[in-house]
Design a protein around this ligand. Structure first.
Ligand SMILES: [Fe+2]
Length: 272
């Protein structure tokens, strides 16, 4: 795809995909950021987030299985194995000051850079286990979180759309969904959640560990830098790309994400 066509397509993506309401107008995160959530509201939020976090593994596994190149398969495997507890092996950082003992699963210290190649597995480094530490402090037990039966209809719709689109066997579909996911994730919702949780921590729960959220925020900043390069490389490799399809599948994914946040918003209003 010549450079001027690429610029034109980028303009279309900006107009027709990246202005989705989940990016421009997320009522839940906007409210949450203010730090007015009650313990009941935070609890309900954590339950739905645990369902998303756990079921996301299915979508990520499907994405890995359906990769259209060894490179793509490895990229997906990096994310999957890291989710499960393989710590990124970052030779640079290790040499400085962090010891293995420290790195045993504490997300404050676990690197967001590097590779799972040669990385060490720890049960406690599984992202879901980081979330369980929060659960412990807001009165949620293992039996209360992470399963389909704990998800609202909206949360399950989102998780199923992730598996269907992000994990789609047609790489055209998964690439568009992936682009939508990355762009949503890079627009700062982690920061809004962290801000709200910090206020909650101060008011109700001084020992609340926020590292599950701060770690994801750190890695998202890094992803954002790569997303654009990846898209450009993809266009160059697929000059026959159907632009309408890309926009359509991207928007289907955005709707899935929107449904999740809208569900959270309805739930918190019902608890008010
Ligand atoms: Fe994660």
């Amino acid at each position: 795809m010549p450079a001027k066509d690429l610029a034109k397509f980028q303009e279309r993506i900006n107009q027709e995909l990246l202005h989705h309401r989940v990016i421009t107008n997320n009522e839940f995160t906007h409210w949450f950021e203010k730090g007015e959530a009650t313990p009941g509201q935070v609890k309900a939020f954590i339950v739905q987030f645990s369902v998303f976090s756990n079921l996301f593994l299915i979508a990520q596994l499907k994405k890995m299985i359906h990769a259209d190149s060894l490179e793509g398969m490895r990229a997906s495997k990096e994310i999957l194995a890291n989710e499960l507890g393989v710590i990124f092996n970052n030779a640079k950082k290790k040499a400085v000051h962090v010891t293995d003992k420290d790195m045993e699963g504490d997300p404050e210290l676990v690197s967001t850079e590097g590779s799972i190649e040669g990385g060490v597995f720890h049960f406690r480094a599984a992202h879901f286990e980081w979330l369980l530490k929060i659960c412990d402090l807001v009165g949620l037990k293992f039996q209360d979180v992470g399963k389909r039966r704990h998800g609202t209809e909206s949360t399950l719709f989102f998780c199923d759309e992730l598996a269907r689109l992000y994990g789609h066997e047609d790489y055209k579909v998964s690439t568009a969904a992936s682009y939508a996911i990355e762009n949503w994730a890079a627009r700062g919702f982690w920061k809004q959640l962290i801000q709200g949780l910090q206020a909650y921590k101060k008011k109700y729960c001084p020992n609340l560990p926020l590292a599950f959220f701060t770690w994801h925020d750190r890695i998202e900043d890094q992803h954002a830098r790569h997303t654009q390069e990846e898209l450009e490389a993809y266009f160059l490799k697929h000059p026959d790309l159907n632009q309408d399809d890309f926009i359509r599948y991207g928007n289907e994914m955005m709707e899935g994400i929107w449904t999740f946040w809208d569900g959270l918003n309805q739930t918190r209003k019902a608890i008010e």
